[in-house]
Design a binder for this molecule. Structure first.
Ligand code: SDX
Length: 430
């Protein structure tokens, strides 16, 4: 803690607060004594100026468009690591040695099956069910086999819960998809890598062998890494919030999945494709008309995949994905007209003062959907893929919170602007 102080002058009194220095990015003002000393609370809708925690996991520099996990650049991790390697880094704090990675991979590999009774669970959903509804429900459902690991204060129990979530989520995601298309559930194969196994369960059939294209597997690996963690975004903050009540890791992650589903957050990747498809299908639409709609305050339409609470420059993940989209499209032989529309939309927006003056750039969701589509995923699975990638980030944040001795139950205050106390009125007199 530094000796630096922040002073607040309020109603003829001055209050001093400690400054909390950051290794990178914004330093903090410790306002913990504020209400007790001044009787006032802060007001910060959307928590745009409020740090809810200290964290060592991920640093996002919005001005510079930088993203690092435990100090390592996202560009390096995406190019050189497997997704399980990045998962290890987030959970353990260091990149694993070859021996550590092999052990971690083997530990995860033996937990990929879900209990056979879960088939009845999947079958209970209508075929039309959105896979995000199935994913969050199934996450709670599988926890009923692991009540022995619910205790957040037991590091062994937390490690077991984390392993099972990471191992089984691809199986749950793939079975949710198979359910939606009426195909048989494909069992995991432990001779495949994490990503190959997921693709096998997603697109394999019990009647024939499936060849997995290494370029497609590499693309999936990069996509999961790019979604692995991102500071205190809405879904991660939800996981921490729910976890702060001592709820188990499965329940906390399921809550995070539901937060991610919103179109302003992880649901944006599906909304982007639906937006691009609408532009493509509308003979009278041009990218200019849609940009004009996005700027019109009377029109609720927003340019999905654009803007970010933190990035006020190009999202580094979008930059990587944009380059990757061309490679995946050419490899998969897909000539997707939506890619051309996306490029044109980006070009028009980035030359328009409305977007430039508000620092609105493409975010991770703008190009990810085009790649997911080229890989053969339906748009309703896109947010599920985001959740698969974000899972280690949610777990690492939940774990970091429980390892912090200063953690308290999250319980924000409010500024009450309702009626002052008034006498009760009996119904006869109303
Ligand atoms: C993710 O936080 C994370 O880290 C999230 C994420 C992660 O990895 O976890 O990065 C993943 O969620 C990416 C974001 C995906 N969402 C979208 O693409 C949906 C479209 N984007 C927006 O709805 C918006 O930009 C948000 C939600 C992403 C950010 O909202 P903010 O920070 O609250 O910004 P704002 O709504 O206050 O916007 C500031 C201004 C407003 O105009 P003015 O009131 O100043 O006139 O910019 C405008 C907004 O109207 N604006 C947009 C816009 N985004 C912001 N106008 C048109 N189209 C948009 N997309």
């Amino acid at each position: 803690m530094s000796d630096e102080k922040a002073n607040l002058h309020l109603r003829d009194a001055t209050y001093d607060f400690d400054v909390i220095p950051a290794n990178e990015g914004n330093h903090g003002i410790n306002i913990s004594p504020l209400r007790a000393t001044s009787g006032a609370v802060t007001f910060d809708p959307g928590f745009a100026n409020t740090a809810a925690t200290k964290s060592s996991l991920t640093y996002v520099n919005g001005a510079e468009g930088m993203l690092r996990h435990r100090g390592y650049r996202i560009e390096d991790l995406a190019e050189h690591c497997t997704f399980l390697e990045v998962t290890y880094l987030l959970l353990m704090g260091e990149l694993p040695s070859r021996k550590q990675l092999d052990a971690w991979t083997a530990e995860v590999r033996v937990h990929t099956l879900v209990n056979e009774e879960m088939k009845g669970f999947f079958d209970s959903f209508p075929r039309s069910a959105h896979p995000m509804a199935i994913l969050s429900s199934a996450t709670n459902a599988i926890s009923t086999w692991y009540e022995a690991y619910y205790n957040p204060s037991d590091p062994e129990a937390v490690a077991e819960s984390a392993k099972r979530l990471i191992a089984k989520m691809p199986t749950i995601a793939a079975w949710a998809y198979k359910k939606s298309i009426g195909q048989p559930y494909i069992y995991p194969r432990n001779d495949l890598t994490y990503v190959e196994n997921f693709l096998h369960m997603m697109f394999g059939l019990p009647v024939e062998e499936m060849d997995i294209d290494p370029v497609i597997a590499k693309a999936m690996n990069v996509l999961l890494i790019l979604h692995a963690d991102h500071g205190q975004n809405a879904s991660t903050a939800t996981v921490r919030f729910v976890g702060s009540t001592q709820a188990n890791l499965f329940a906390s992650v399921a809550a995070g999945m539901n937060a991610l589903w919103g179109p302003l957050h992880g649901g944006a990747n599906q909304a982007v494709i639906e937006m691009l498809q609408a532009i493509h299908d509308d003979p009278d639409a041009t990218t200019e008309t849609y940009v004009a709609r996005a700027k019109d305050k009377n029109d609720p339409f927003r340019l999905m995949g654009f803007g970010h609470r933190v990035y006020k420059s190009y999202d580094p993940r979008a930059r990587i994905l944009k380059g990757f989209a061309d490679e995946v499209l050419s490899r998969s032989g897909v000539d997707d007209p939506l890619m051309e529309i996306a490029n044109k939309l980006e070009q028009v927006a980035l030359e328009d003062d409305y977007f430039v003056s508000r620092n609105l750039y493409p975010n991770v969701d703008f190009y990810s959907g085009i790649i997911f589509r080229a890989l053969g995923f339906p748009s309703r699975m896109f947010t599920v893929l985001f959740a698969l990638g974000r899972l280690p980030g949610w777990i690492a944040n939940w774990k970091e919170m429980h390892e912090d001795p200063t953690t308290r139950i999250s319980r924000p205050r409010q500024i009450y602007i309702g009626e002052r106390t008034r006498d009760f009125v009996f119904i006869e007199d109303r």
